[in-house]
Design a protein. Structure first.
Length: 238
């Protein structure tokens, strides 16, 4: 059975820069102020190299990876997928070989999700980039629990529980779909996030008021990676 995406950890050198970038895109933190809770049950968590609270990440291996990532890059660094208590107790966190992405299992979390000012209702697609997407099919089957995936010339698409998909694209396919060059580092890296909105026109007007100038491509509003602190952010009406 496919796993649900529980959380996505956004990492960078400075917490203030991460928080400001995502606030400018219209995302509001939850009551803790440490994460953004979406109504589909996905949380966007922050990890910053200059934040002492970042040491609260429980697993030493995952914390070391996040610290290493945040010291070099900004962007989406770690995926947390839902697992049973037995799985989470037995499982070890694992990165993809040579990749700038880490995956752990954790019990599902239940957070109150405030309405997002930008109209986002959930995370539709995680967009990863890899030189040879098909090379990661076996590892992704093991990690996501999904044995069925769509393979095309552009890459792979994997449906997760809860309505979020994981797309793994070649650098060329990513540039074609999103209009920005793919990140060069790592064998596997999350390069883009596509969010669901109820009214794309309202989201566009909101972003313009914030001084963000997204491009419109294939029915999506797309903010450049610099706006999302290292990851391209797109909005689609759903």
């Amino acid at each position: 059975m496919p796993r649900k995406l529980v959380a996505l950890t956004l990492a960078g050198a400075r917490k203030s820069e991460l928080a400001n970038a995502w606030a400018r895109l219209g995302f509001a933190p939850d009551r803790s102020g440490e994460a953004i809770a979406l109504s589909d049950g996905v949380a966007l968590a922050f990890f910053a190299a200059d934040d002492a609270a970042a040491a609260a990440v429980g697993d030493l291996q995952a914390r070391a990876f996040l610290a290493y990532f945040a010291g070099r890059l900004s962007g989406a660094a770690m995926l947390t997928l839902a697992g049973s208590p037995q799985e989470c107790g037995a499982a070890r966190p694992e990165p993809f070989g040579g990749a700038d992405c880490f995956v752990i299992l954790a019990p599902p979390r239940h957070k109150t999700a405030p309405a997002q000012p930008n109209g986002v209702t959930g995370l539709k697609t995680l967009v990863a980039v890899a030189e040879s997407p098909a090379d990661h099919a076996e590892a992704l089957t093991h990690l996501t629990g999904q044995h069925e995936m769509l393979a095309t010339s552009a890459g792979l698409e994997i449906a997760l529980e809860g309505g979020t998909a994981l797309a793994v694209l070649s650098p060329l396919a990513f540039a074609f779909r999103y209009g920005f060059a793919a990140p060069e580092s790592g064998a596997f890296r999350i390069a883009g996030l596509v969010f669901r909105v109820g009214d794309l026109s309202a989201t566009e007007k909101f972003l313009e008021r914030k001084g963000v100038e997204p491009k419109i491509q294939a029915g999506r509003l797309i903010a450049r990676p610099g706006e999302g602190a290292g990851v391209a952010v797109a909005f689609e009406q759903d």
